[in-house]
Design a protein around this ligand. Structure first.
Ligand SMILES: [Zn+2]
Length: 144
């Protein structure tokens, strides 16, 4: 098998061709193969139509004070993942949108996300203290 079973291109026409055995152990199907481009296409079908961001100059990103990481095609939204740990103020969000808007289709909606501190887990730190105590014991008395 030297052609992609999906798009029909030969091995020498694609970057990578991955061969399958058609489920040889079950013996029902002819061997199939898939090329790197068709894997990518299938990934998009399975995981949703995420498309890469258009290139945004670094100085624009710095002035926007945020790090946009992806455009979600299905909702027509520009997802902006903020680098600051707090919710952006209305003014900050407006400034960010104004700076980034020229890089996206007219009328695109902007949605802002920011990192949230995970809640403290007492049980986890108690567990950690127990581990530290064990490793602070002299080797001869360490229980493993
Ligand atoms: Zn293909």
């Amino acid at each position: 098998m030297d052609a992609c079973s999906f798009c029909g291109r030969r091995a020498d026409e694609v970057g990578r061709l991955i061969a399958g055995d058609g489920g040889r152990s079950r013996g029902q199907l002819p061997p199939a193969a898939i090329c790197n481009d068709c894997v990518e296409l299938c990934y998009r079908i399975v995981h949703g139509p995420h498309i890469p961001l258009p290139p945004i100059p670094q100085d624009i990103l710095a002035r926007a004070g945020a790090c946009p990481t992806e455009v979600t095609e299905e909702t027509g939204s520009v997802v902006v993942n903020c680098s600051s740990a707090a919710e952006p103020s209305e003014a900050q969000a407006a400034t960010c949108k104004e700076l980034l808007a020229p890089y996206f289709p007219a009328g695109a909606k902007f949605r802002f996300f920011w990192p949230v501190e995970p809640p403290a887990r007492a049980s986890a730190s108690e567990w950690l203290e127990t581990q530290i105590a064990v490793y602070n014991e002299p080797p001869s008395t360490r229980s493993l």
